[in-house]
Design a protein around this ligand. Structure first.
Ligand code: ATP
Length: 209
């Protein structure tokens, strides 16, 4: 099993942006958002259960999940959201832990927006936090998705505070400055962390041998 670096940060903090820089170095990535889609892929047992529960209308003609329709249902009927979360959350967690156990590289980045909220830090050897000011989160998330400010604020309120996140961090990438000026600094920072994680991973392997 690889050395596990958990990566987290609030909505719009720049997790994907920073993780892409690690990916350029060939680092293996396990992303909670991708796993969440994989577990309900076309033909999967979980998608079958969702179709059984909500009716075949929840599927697109292609047999894939109609996410927009599902979002609408759970938005209107909170008890359905509970049902869905009870079905999906354990499956997503199980699949992520399975993928982590299968990973072969020296270290793996495990990207989980709600790493702290869902008590997953105990599975990590190290926690990397992508940090920006709440104002910046709001601005960037709003610009990216044309999201309504109220919705983003609601999501931010449901996530842990910046202070809490930083208190859990072993490493922090400050993603506050604008990317246009900041990219060389970020690449350098990512490279430094990369070598550090390779070193930690080797030490762990040695200690476990
Ligand atoms: P979420 O959890 O909401 O999916 P995230 O943490 O993965 O978000 P990104 O999608 O990487 O965040 O970044 C949010 C938005 O901000 C994107 O549009 C991205 O291009 C932009 N962004 C990220 N970092 C910077 C930066 N340093 N300067 C300017 N824009 C940035």
């Amino acid at each position: 099993m690889s050395y596990i670096v958990g990566v987290t940060g609030g909505i719009g903090s720049g997790k994907s942006t920073i993780v892409d820089l690690f990916a350029e170095l060939g680092v293996e990535i396990i992303d909670a958002d991708i796993v969440a889609r994989e577990v309900v892929a076309k033909g999967s047992p979980l998608l079958g259960k969702i179709a059984e529960h909500f009716g075949a209308e929840i599927l697109l003609d292609s047999g894939e999940l109609n996410r927009q329709a599902l979002r609408q249902i759970v938005f209107e009927r909170p008890q359905e959201k509970v049902w869905l979360n009870n079905l999906l959350h354990p499956a997503i967690r199980r699949e992520m832990l399975h993928q982590l156990a299968q990973s072969q590289s020296l270290y793996v980045l495990w990207v989980v927006p709600l790493l702290i909220e869902n008590d997953l830090t105990a599975f990590c050897d190290r926690v990397l936090v992508i940090d920006v000011l709440p104002e910046t989160q709001l601005l960037r998330a709003a610009k990216r998705d044309q999201n309504k400010i109220v919705l983003i604020k609601k999501i931010m309120a449901s996530q842990v505070s910046r202070e809490k996140r930083l208190s859990v961090a072993d490493d922090v990438v400050n993603n506050e400055p604008e990317l246009s000026q900041n990219l060389p600094y970020l690449r350098q920072k990512v490279l430094e962390l990369h070598y550090q994680y390779l070193q930690f991973a080797k030490e762990k392997t040695k200690n476990n041998a």
